[in-house]
Design a protein around this ligand. Structure first.
Ligand SMILES: Nc1ncnc2c1ncn2[C@@H]1O[C@H](COP(=O)(O)OP(=O)(O)OP(=O)(O)O)[C@@H](O)[C@H]1O
Ligand code: SF4
Ligand SMILES: [Mg+2]
Length: 332
């Protein structure tokens, strides 16, 4: 396997004001009658060897953000830099070299693996496509990657349906690792797995990070998993990032009312421990017509008049701790 990524100044991934709006079409003529503001101006970085967790309720734009970064879907606007190189304006062909550096692990390891290919061929495919190993070496390279993810050489000739869910996700991880990427975008990589298997896959990802100095953008809604694996965490609400902080600050000193609500919904292991649950009123508003001002104002228990009219900017309120709320910051 490859040597560790070189230690470089600056983040590995830098995302600036990323937007992805999907057109809403209607009628026989399929006229565009509106937009889904799925991702609406998010900025963040992921350092070398770092895991940034990305959390938020279903539909807040996590997967859209992950796919836009890799240009699996075309972003509407924004700037994306990988290792200091701008990639958002690259053509499909030019993106090929980036695809070696940035890989994706999907939620459902079954539907993301071709059922007609053997596990070995699935992992060998990127090696062949990119011509990074001569034919006679491919099998040995695949066996080596199999060993790294805890699979046996003789399992290379089996097909996806012959593996358990956890093993299938190991194949997905092996395929992502084949080209020695620097960044892996993991979109809910363990949510489809049994709880007992989740920990094994998370520990594998953490071991691989240590060994290859990998960076992860780790998308998930399970906060316990995110707390375990992440160094920093970003919280999304209706297409916006509302808070980013070091994991300890986020879980210990959450500042945004939405983060507070998310955390208070997590069951507390000790039933006698005092947990002040904050129940959010109402449903998540539609991303087609997001609320004015602060998008969270329709559900926020602390909302004041200003929140309806003025959108709070995301600001650094303590070193590395960024929050978008009128109640937090210098003029609060
Ligand atoms: N191809 C599409 N066309 C139109 N709208 C879309 C499309 N894909 C996603 N959306 C909408 O964009 C918003 C964000 O979706 P996304 O899948 O990114 O959310 P998510 O945070 O990943 O949710 P989940 O936790 O359920 O996976 C949702 O309102 C969704 O309905
Ligand atoms: S800006 Fe206002 S509505 Fe938004 S989170 Fe802060 S207090 Fe709540
Ligand atoms: Mg998703």
């Amino acid at each position: 396997m490859n040597a560790q990524a070189p230690i470089e100044a600056g983040p590995l991934l830098e995302v600036k004001d990323l937007k992805k709006h999907y057109p809403v079409r209607k009628g026989v003529l399929q006229r565009v009658v509106g937009q889904v503001y799925a991702v609406d101006g998010i900025s963040f970085t992921v350092g070398h060897g770092e895991t940034l967790g990305l959390v938020g309720e279903s539909g807040c734009g996590k997967s859209t953000a992950g796919k836009s970064i890799m240009k699996l879907i075309e972003p509407t606007s924004g700037e994306i830099n990988v290792a200091g190189k701008r990639i958002d304006n690259l053509s499909r062909g030019e993106m090929q070299s980036v695809r070696r550096q940035v890989q994706f692990v999907f939620q459902d390891p079954y539907s993301s693996l071709n059922p007609r290919m053997s596990a070995g061929d699935i992992v060998a495919e990127p090696l062949r496509n990119f011509g990074v190993a001569v034919r006679s070496e491919v099998r040995d390279r695949v066996a080596e990657i199999f060993a790294k993810v805890g699979l046996r050489r003789e399992q290379m000739d089996r097909f996806p349906h012959e593996f358990s869910g956890g093993q299938r996700q190991r194949i997905g991880i092996a395929r992502a690792l084949a080209l020695h990427p620097h960044l892996i975008i993991c979109d809910e990589p363990v949510s489809a797995l049994d709880v007992s298997v989740q920990a094994q896959v998370i520990n594998l990802l953490m071991d691989l990070q240590q060994e290859f100095r990998l960076s992860y953008l780790f998308i998930a809604h399970d906060l316990a998993v995110v707390e375990h694996i992440s160094h920093r965490v970003a919280v999304m609400y209706l297409g916006k990032i509302v808070e980013i902080a070091d994991k300890r600050d986020l879980f210990g000193r959450a500042q945004h009312p939405y983060t507070e609500a998310l955390l208070s919904a997590v069951p507390v292991p000790n039933p006698r421990a005092k947990s002040q649950r904050m129940i959010l009123k109402g449903d998540v508003p539609s991303p087609i017509r997001p609320p004015s001002g602060c998008r969270f104002h329709t559900r926020c228990p602390y909302a004041v008049e200003r929140c309806k009219a003025e959108e709070p900017k995301i600001r650094e309120i303590a070193p590395g701790h960024h929050v978008a709320c009128h109640l937090r910051g210098p003029d609060a």
